[in-house]
Design a protein around this ligand. Structure first.
Ligand code: UD1
Ligand code: CA
Length: 447
């Protein structure tokens, strides 16, 4: 198989999003749109990826680099064909098959992109087409009688007859790299938008006698994404796909439509998820664990048999070991809660280790932050932290120790010891009755 490279077009201003954020950096299912397109290209066996970005979009460059992709600047943006041509210098030593793809196509799968590569094998050139419910502003794909492409016409340049065509251009082109750059160098901008259109490449190839194959893809997969409303619609599609995948893998969901997943959420078989649970990126839930309603999780691991929620919040670095119980309004960040420990209600565990079988009372706070640095709280196995304790880190509560309710713990507590810091209780016999009698009398005098 010839080596495969990809160009992702992402230098457009994305005007219709009305956002300072580059369009391809808008998040979908826990990662930017660009990440979805890059992942699909990788799945299709693309080894080199070049992202075309605008001068200002450093975030695009950095994010692309974090995924092993190169980037080039297109300045000013003179159209999709011009954008693709901007990648020429970077790919100068590449002579395999090249896929040029719009950046705003996050639902595309590796399978479809692979099929586009295969479609180009016979003629040397292929595009991806689809039939959207509403052809709207998409380029129209005009085929000849043999099913090969005659031309693509942008809506703004199309006659009424051409606009009636329902087959539309998805925004993917495959050709060998040398031919592609030769053709794209010949593009002209004498059209309604005064732009160098990628969609004119097949017409230029035709002049050399190279015909273009048309691969028809699933309409949802390749739909473009230009507005906030379309972004929300795309999120809905991707959520549906992720939920279906999770259910197929054996995760149980009481109300799948209310569960929000990230691209990398890993729910093993026999995980049970209640209604209204949100999974941010980086969550793994092992078999037999249960995530109850209204919980919010990101960057965490939940081991077998643990029960989380309802109303729990697990933040990055939370590791919830086997059979642990994390109850309502408990927040855990960058902490390991070891086997069988319990924090059943209203607690904050940040930068902490909670030993096996320890019990964290309601209202316990690991005071991990002094306004400058974060500090660690160590709670030993089998320790019991009474309600409303403030554990001022750095601090260690050794195995089996007990902390009295309401204590503010600033010193380490030895194994099996009791630490209490609250003032001793004082009792004044009859005080309340006398107090009430006096108050009643005063009120009576005032009338
Ligand atoms: C484009 C296609 C259209 C197709 C549609 C599918 C062209 C001329 N038109 O239209 O046939 O039906 O996609 O969604 O190709 N970009 C650049 N530099 C530029 C212009 C655009 O990098 O100078 C990038 C954008 O960031 C975007 C992609 O190219 O990711 C497509 O651009 P966009 O303006 O969305 O094209 P459409 O008008 O949707
Ligand atoms: Ca578009």
């Amino acid at each position: 198989m010839a080596e495969r490279a990809g160009i992702i077009l992402a230098a457009g201003i994305g005007k219709r999003m009305k956002s300072a954020l580059p369009k391809v950096m808008h998040p979908l299912a826990g990662r930017p749109i660009l990440g979805h397109v890059i992942a699909a290209m990788r799945e299709a066996g693309v080894t080199r990826i070049v992202v075309v970005r605008s001068r200002k979009a450093d975030s695009v460059r950095d994010y692309a680099a974090s995924l092993g992709a190169e980037s080039v600047i297109q300045d000013p943006p003179l159209g999709t064909g011009h954008a693709a041509a901007c990648a020429r210098d970077v790919l100068v030593n590449f002579s395999g098959q090249l896929l040029v793809n719009n950046g705003d196509m996050p639902l595309v799968t590796g399978k479809t992109l692979s099929a586009a590569f295969v479609a180009a094998e016979h003629t040397g050139l292929a595009i991806v087409a689809f039939r959207p419910a509403d052809a709207a502003e998409y380029g129209r794909v005009i085929c000849d009688k043999t099913g090969l492409l005659d031309r693509i016409v942008e809506t703004k340049d199309a006659s009424e007859e051409e606009r009636a065509v329902t087959l539309c251009n998805a925004g993917s082109v495959v050709a060998d790299a040398d031919s592609f750059f030769r053709w794209s160098a010949k593009l002209e901008n004498n059209n309604a938008q005064g732009e160098f259109y990628l969609t004119d490449v097949p017409s230029i190839a035709k002049r050399e006698g190279v015909r273009c194959a048309v691969y028809e893809a699933d309409a949802v997969e390749v739909m473009g994404m230009n507005t906030r409303a379309e972004l929300a619609e795309t999120e809905a599609h991707i959520q549906k796909r992720l939920r279906t995948g999770a259910l197929q893998n054996g995760a149980g969901m009481t109300a799948p439509d209310t569960v929000f997943l990230s691209f990398d959420t890993l729910l093993e078989a026999d995980v049970q998820v209640g209604p209204y649970v949100v999974f941010g990126p980086g969550v793994t839930v092992r078999s037999g664990a249960e995530i109850r309603a209204f919980s919010h999780l990101e960057g965490c691991t939940i081991e077998r048999g643990a029960v989380v929620g309802p109303y729990a919040r697990l933040r990055p670095g939370a590791v919830i070991e086997e059979d642990v119980r994390i109850g309502n309004f408990v927040e855990v960040k960058n902490s390991r809660v070891e086997k069988g420990a319990k924090a059943n209600h209203l607690a904050y565990l940040g930068d902490a280790r909670v030993g096996a079988g320890a019990n964290i009372g309601a209202g316990t706070i690991a005071c991990n932050y002094d306004g400058f640095d974060k500090h660690k709280t160590e709670i030993g196995a089998g320790a019991f932290i009474g309600s409303n304790a403030a554990l001022v880190a750095p601090v260690t509560i050794e195995d089996g120790a007990v902390v009295g309710a309401g204590s503010v713990i600033t010193e380490d507590v030895a194994s099996d010891a009791l630490a209490v810091t609250r003032a001793e209780q004082r009792e004044v016999p009859g005080w309340a009755a006398k107090f009430r009698a006096r108050k009643k009398a005063e009120k009576g005098k005032r009338g």
